[in-house]
Ligand binder design. Structure first.
Ligand SMILES: C[S@@+](CC[C@H](N)C(=O)[O-])C[C@H]1O[C@@H](n2cnc3c(N)ncnc32)[C@H](O)[C@@H]1O
Length: 476
């Protein structure tokens, strides 16, 4: 990373017109170092150079540099917004340049384009601060180049640019308009049955930061308790509460693992598994891919303590496994009653038919949670879909083996990609008379729009949740 380049720049506590600190007057007395923009630039460079995660690095930089309040908010919006939008910005920058910019200049141009086209930063401030940044961090020649490019970018609003740069084919147009890789647009469109307007809504929803959603683990916390700390009851899950502001780690129940941060769809797929009827014994539950423990944390509470509101009696036992020791440790930390082991689900450490309910939250591409990490969409690799297919099929086969006749298996992915969802389930269950497909939607009657069934598919634009997939299978 290049965080310390640009030494010797002046600092000042006054605020510029764009709301950031660092604004000594820009009246020809040399470049001004703008702390918020420097932090955003450092995050972009770290993401590009060493695959950093923006939402891990940014809070650290803000802490180290003692940036708070408006500066922190500005730096965060600059970095995250630029990373989300860079598919669009790169297409625009490309037509405004006659040569490919060096990576550091390209990141600065992206930052400038984001301010010009998406934020309400006045054009002279957006261009001026970016040119100063390039001069301080890259050099004077590059700053002249940046100035020329950004003046061209500033000449049109975003919609006009999109009309100019977006390709004519539907997938290409959606990819540039909503800043997603083409292959992801294609996969989403397939999962939405080819509906382009709805695909656009989905891509748009991916560009919005999700609400922080908490889960009140039954028997250990309640939505009422979370509401007492400023959270609002969730839309669908009886355990969900949205935290409009503040650090969830400061919520007492979260600090004590009685509650946690958890997407509402993650809560609902666990709830659906607990709701599906099983005949006879219902004592032993398995979470086969439990790390870091979101679903296991909820299943643990439902199993052990029950929930009168749902008619869950409690007194059941959860075994939670993960192949990675450090992830199994996280499960151990967040659960209270569960037995937690490190184990490979494809080589079961348990007897066949030992469990009444099995959760298989399979390793997947995570395409359903792109809105959570600003750079995630650019990191995903289409080859990973095929690469994970064998493991997903192997795990589902052993999950079915782990369930007793009459028991229920939930196959879950945080991806709506058909090759990771319905295709896997169809491949594994094809020709098997001992497996019955349940209509997963029946166990989530409070949630509309889960698709044609028998699967349940959540969507950010329909439900405000991650695009989580659920299949429920009964072992005969
Ligand atoms: C999608 S994550 C599970 C998320 C988790 N259920 C939650 O709600 O927090 C998939 C997990 O599967 C684990 N995993 C991958 N291969 C596995 C295997 N062969 N056996 C068991 N766990 C595996 C990964 O380590 C990862 O923690």
């Amino acid at each position: 990373m290049t965080a310390n380049r640009g030494n010797g720049a002046r600092r000042s506590g006054s605020r510029g017109q764009d709301g950031s600190r660092g604004g000594a007057s820009r009246t020809g007395r040399g470049p001004v170092r703008d702390e918020a923009r420097n932090a955003a630039f450092d995050v972009l460079r770290a993401v590009d150079e060493r695959d950093a995660y923006a939402n891990l690095l940014m809070p650290r930089l803000l802490r180290e540099r003692r940036l708070g309040g408006r500066d922190a908010a500005l730096a965060t919006e600059l970095a995250y917004g630029t990373l989300r939008g860079l598919g669009t910005y790169d297409a625009i920058i490309e037509v405004c340049t006659d040569r490919a910019p060096d990576p550091d200049v390209r990141d600065a141009l992206r930052l400038g384009a984001h301010q010009l086209l998406k934020m309400r930063v006045p054009p002279h401030a957006a261009v001026g601060t970016t040119v100063d940044l390039v001069r301080l961090r890259v050099g004077t020649g590059a700053s002249k180049f940046a100035n020329a490019v950004l003046r061209k970018v500033a000449a049109r609003p975003l919609d006009d640019w999109i009309a100019i740069v977006a390709p004519g084919d539907p997938v290409g147009r959606l990819a540039v308009t909503y800043s997603h890789p083409r292959w992801i647009v294609s996969a989403f469109r397939d999962a939405l049955g080819g509906d382009e307007a709805e695909t656009a809504d989905l891509l748009d929803a991916d560009n919005v930061r999700p609400l922080v959603t908490l889960v009140a683990r039954p028997g250990r916390s309640s939505v009422a308790e979370l509401a007492g700390e400023g959270a609002e009851p969730g839309r669908f899950s009886p355990y969900a509460a949205y935290l409009p502001e503040g650090d969830p780690g400061q919520v007492r129940a979260v600090a004590e693992y009685r509650a946690a941060v958890q997407d509402e769809a993650s809560q609902l797929v666990a709830l659906a598994l607990a709701r599906a009827p099983v005949e006879g014994r219902d004592e032993f539950w398995l979470d086969m891919c439990a790390g870091p423990g979101g679903k296991a944390g909820l299943l643990d509470s439902i199993a052990a303590y029950g929930d009168p509101g749902e008619g869950f009696p409690g007194g059941k036992h959860l075994l939670a496994a993960d192949v990675q020791y450090h992830r199994a440790r996280l499960v151990w930390q967040t659960t209270r009653e569960a037995v937690v082991i490190t184990a490979d689900g494809t080589e079961p450490a348990w007897r066949p038919g030992a469990f009444d309910r099995v959760m298989l939250d399979a390793p997947c591409t995570g395409l359903g949670a792109l809105r959570r990490r600003p750079e995630a969409r650019w990191r995903r690799d289409p080859a990973a879909v095929a690469g994970l297919g064998g493991l997903q099929r192997g795990l589902l086969a052993t999950a079915l083996e782990a369930a007793r006749p009459g028991g229920v298996v939930a196959y879950v992915t945080c991806s709506p990609h058909l090759a990771e969802t319905g295709v896997v389930v169809a491949d594994v269950t094809r020709g098997r008379a001992d497996v019955e497909q349940l209509d997963a939607r029946e166990f989530l009657p409070e949630v509309p729009g889960l698709g044609e069934g028998p699967y349940a598919q959540f969507w950010p634009h329909r439900h405000g949740t991650d695009a989580m997939f659920l299949a429920l299978l009964r072992k005969r």
